[in-house]
Design a protein around this ligand. Sequence first.
Ligand SMILES: Cc1cc2nc3c(=O)[nH]c(=O)nc-3n(C[C@H](O)[C@H](O)[C@H](O)COP(=O)(O)OP(=O)(O)OC[C@H]3O[C@@H](n4cnc5c(N)ncnc54)[C@H](O)[C@@H]3O)c2cc1C
Length: 601
Amino acid sequence: MAEKYISIRNLKFLLYDVFDVTSLTRHPYFKQHNRKMFDMVLEAAMKLSGSLLHPVFEEMDRKSPELANGQVKVHPVVRDVMKEFGQGGWIAATFPSEYDGEQLPSLIANACCMVFSAANYSASVYPGLTSGAARLILSFGDDALKSTYLPLMLSGKWQGTMALTEPQAGSSLTDIITTASPTPDGYYLIRGRKTFISAGDHDGVDNIVHLMLARIEGAPAGPKGISLFVVPKLRPDAEKALTPNDITVSQIFHKMGYRGAPITELSIGDKNDCRGYLLGEPHKGLGYMFQMMNEERIGVGIGAASIASAAYHAALNYAGSRCQGRNVAAKDPLSPQIPIIEHSDVKRMLLFQRAVMEGAVSLLLQCSWYDDLCRVVSPPEKKRCKLLLELLTPVAKTYASEMGILAVSQSIQCFGGYGYCEDFPVEQHFRDMRIHPIHEGTTGIQGMDLLGRKVVMQNGDAFKAFLEEVGNTVDSARQFPRLQTLSIRLEAAVGRLQDVTRHLVGVAMQKGADIFLADATLYLELFGIVVIAWQWLLQAEKAEQALAGNLSAADIRFYEGKHYTARYFFAYEVPKMEGLIQRLTDGDPLTVEMKPEYFQD
Ligand SMILES: Cc1cc2nc3c(=O)[nH]c(=O)nc-3n(C[C@H](O)[C@H](O)[C@H](O)COP(=O)(O)OP(=O)(O)OC[C@H]3O[C@@H](n4cnc5c(N)ncnc54)[C@H](O)[C@@H]3O)c2cc1C
């Protein structure tokens, strides 16, 4: 039997029962779709991941990219992946039909991304990045840029990248120094160095298109002086001939995991002949780039939750077949050993993984739901959905990434010593997972974004909208006798979050930004627990509704599994809020006062 890495049943439960994706087809923008087509798309994603991506999951890790004669060589499957994802419409899945897109809801497209990432995270990154980069050109490019780049990127012939990071500008993007000098011919000459650029060069496509941040000469310092450029590796002329564009790969990095995709350092314009084409208006580049960064932050969350899914299914499968020990009450040493899944502690480890992973998947689809609504609802409702999406993006990215690491670690634990060895895929999942709290903004940066910006923006409107959403779920779930305790606990948890937030806003006013933001990462952790508790109550309610009907034995197993996992989250994870709340309200500015020199000796 093929190895299971994701539950299509769970995805369908979330898509159809929890988020009601088919209701979107009532709106003109999505009216060409229906449930049958969504099912077919999911089916096709499963088939493609099973035939193309998963078979090379291990091989792409073991035969990682190499830099030879200035060209990055990747596993030959990458060319097939880009071709299949281009021809099959996966890169353009959510693009409007006038650009040959499928105009699919983000809910369906992101569920398919989960299937691809669970099958082989590294392979899924190439088309994903191309899609995000092409969408920037779609949103802010003029007709010439759109017609030159979009068809070739969306068909998978050209790779897209996001080229932000520089050696001195990682978390601090305002310190970017790559320059852009205007020329009379309309293009800019770009000079600088970019580092850690994913898929920044490779031989699986015919060209690479960098969406690159740079400063136009004379631009103001800081974030308001950054512009966005399209900078191809090979530049097309009017006759579509391609000329090298003075970009060289100075190195590729040898990474802990996620080894199937190259991460490159690029030297740009060493011969003063690198042409870049301005996207949108000058000095507005960082704002434009945030479109792609927010999309990619959800993408990182999807990658993390998907790896956790693959690791969970591996552990579940193993725990059902590995026999060790006996029930603690069994007296006869000659009685047969039992499968480890029967031990409570192993069930606890599996429940932890499932609670984290399916909770994160649900939150990522909740974000996709808001994204879809933004396309179809009236302006005030759109504003609300946008605020909710902005508020929840750092939480979705970070919860999946940070908790995903712990979840995969528990998967390894279920395997005992075998999990630590290459014989099983979980050691690779652990290595592949570790990047997620780092790229697309570290956890520290996400914490400051949530507390310093998102929670307080527009007089706290996003936070208020979030409280309303949770309140609606509590009101609706408490009608079910088995969910009364969970509803009361969520109501209390969200009340505590409100108290902590109020307290911290007071700290900001009385003691300044330093102390206010010192523990922003812990605030993000607290927020994450409340958000995932909300997602579990949403799921538990749909499970209760379903259990009231006439169900098959398999259905009962599925919905009872949901119920127990929701109970697990409230019983084991929600109490972790207490320690965080104590720290966040105790007022001792320890880390602000601690001096770097006190770390010596
Ligand atoms: C595998 C991989 C793929 C990547 N892909 C891309 C890509 O495609 N495109 C791209 O542009 N970049 C990419 N990056 C770069 C990535 O986004 C950066 O590594 C990341 O933003 C962190 O920057 P840094 O590595 O310079 O770390 P630093 O910014 O030096 O951070 C180091 C530590 O200090 C903390 N820190 C930094 N500043 C602050 C602050 N003000 N307050 C509190 N804490 C702070 C951080 O949270 C972190 O823990 C990739 C990186 C890797 C490793």
